[in-house]
Design a protein around this ligand. Structure first.
Ligand SMILES: [Fe+2]
Length: 235
């Protein structure tokens, strides 16, 4: 897999070469994503196959990885999986390693707010999201200048207003926030989503009160109907 190259002319992504740089690069001055671009040695696919759930997802803990490390072919990959989580824990984060085939979907919602929809993560306090896809399909990003909030699309807003059952006022705006509708985005005409790539560890800006940059817009890749197991670190 070639090293990650940001979309041409897009200024919000910084590509770095170490974990130290990943966490030292400010999510400020317009930058809302930092990518530690890596080509990882090791058989991550074998690990994904080993832990693959029949459906949905499961979390893998360190002990389960350690047990598997008796197989030499897997050791390199397992060392990386453990080291990535250790680095994040040392900074006070709570990383989770998942093996998954699918996430819950909001098929019947007025506006789907599942992770297959382009969205910004949000929090009430300053924080950030870390993300790494090791196998399967990688998470996808959407340039902020190629995105439009779903709630600004007249047909979507009209549907939501009907669901809300009131006027387009401050209460409606609060209701949109409460249901996370305001975080979801559509692609502008001509938009070209990009792949985060396999093996790259990303640090993404999250929407919180006072965040100095617009949060990074991303989604889970929809791999239906085949759904090969994805090995994913998220924090
Ligand atoms: Fe997210």
């Amino acid at each position: 897999m070639p090293p990650f190259v940001p979309p041409s002319g897009y200024h919000r992504i910084r590509v770095v070469a170490s974990f130290a740089e990943l966490v030292a690069t400010p999510l400020a001055d317009g930058v809302n994503a930092v990518c530690w671009a890596r080509e990882l040695p090791g058989d991550f696919d074998a690990i994904a196959r080993h832990f693959a759930p029949d459906q949905d997802r499961r979390t893998i803990d360190d002990d389960e990885l350690q047990e598997l490390a008796t197989e030499p072919a897997l050791q390199l990959a397992i060392e990386t999986l453990l080291a990535d989580q250790r680095h994040l824990r040392e900074l006070g984060h709570r990383p989770q390693l998942d093996c998954l085939r699918d996430y819950p979907r909001d098929a019947d919602a007025v506006l789907p707010t599942d992770v297959y929809s382009f969205h910004q993560d949000s929090a009430t306090v300053p924080t950030e999201t870390f993300l790494c896809s090791y196998t399967g399909a990688a998470s996808e990003g959407l340039r902020n200048d190629e995105a439009i909030p779903q709630v600004e699309l007249p047909p979507v807003r009209a549907r939501l207003l009907t669901e809300f059952g009131g006027d387009d006022d401050a209460d409606f705006a609060a209701w949109l926030r409460e249901h996370h509708y305001d975080l979801h985005h559509a692609m502008r005409p001509g938009a070209q989503p990009f792949s985060f790539g396999l093996g790259n560890l990303w640090r993404l800006a999250v929407r919180y009160p006072g965040c100095p940059v617009p949060a990074c817009i991303h989604r889970a890749p929809d791999t239906a109907p085949l759904r090969p197991p994805r090995l994913l670190l998220i924090s």
